[in-house]
Write a protein that binds this ligand. Sequence first.
Ligand code: DOR
Length: 316
Amino acid sequence: MVDMSTTLGARRLANPLMTASGCAANGQELHRFFDVSELGAFVTKSVMSEPRSGRGTPRMAETPSGMLNSIGLQGPGIQAFVEHDLPWLASVGATVLPSIAGGSATEFAHVAAVLRSSDAFGCVAGVEVNISCPNVANRGLVFACDPLSSAKVIALVREQVPRDVPIFAKLSPDVTDITAIAAACVKAGADGLTMINTLLGMSIDTDRLRPHLGGVTGGLSGPGIRPVAVRAVWQVRAAMDEGRMPTVPIIGVGGVRTGTDALELVAAGASAVQVGTASFNDPTAPVRVLRELTGLLEEKGFATFDEVVGIAHGRQ
Ligand code: DOR
């Protein structure tokens, strides 16, 4: 039996598999297919201060390389989230990584403060700080593509979240030097990094000769971005190993459909793996990927998941 437990900051999780933010709302629907408490953690849709309806429709388009979305952070707002969604997740015994977002650094801090005050906060194993949504004004560039503003958001959120609850900065692949943003976030207090959010893209309906998406551009997710995610995880892990930034855990996300896909991210340096778009085709994908990854490690003769994290860098 492979020991699949993994460490994320101050927390040890039973296994490294998680949902990706936004692909399974707050868990109720997935729970009809499998027990969400079996996951290392359940990552919720990013929640902001107020309820939001998001961008105009159509908001999803399929492409041969994956899915484009321009949802625009639709959500119930933090108050409804702490009154309904988080207590439900706690009631089924889930380990939760709420994802938070904001239009300003102070909005992020406010959302974190309300979250912390929730009676159900005990189920929270970490907070994912989504500074990289491609579908908001300025396409998220204000935060995720600029070390200074990214650092400001992280520093303010860090002040609101208890020290023993790690915070993870979710980064965009749409940057020239992802290690610079990663280093700035860690210096500002991030205990870990989630890489990557969707890649900014668009597609055009050649019958109507207009963009498919109401919001014109959208975030690309699915198989086409997996190599981008593997590259981002590798580069940041290398920066840590070379002493260019402090070492913190990385959560890898981007186009994972199988245990083999997950293994790529882990070997590149990820201590946990999120499954998103694959769940639309197969709602059991997160637990299936866990099973497949466990089987692969067993086959390869590993005793623990930890041994495999970053193994492709050839340090061992
Ligand atoms: O692709 C994305 N879509 N990434 C996000 O961070 C948020 C989401 C949305 O709601 O637009």
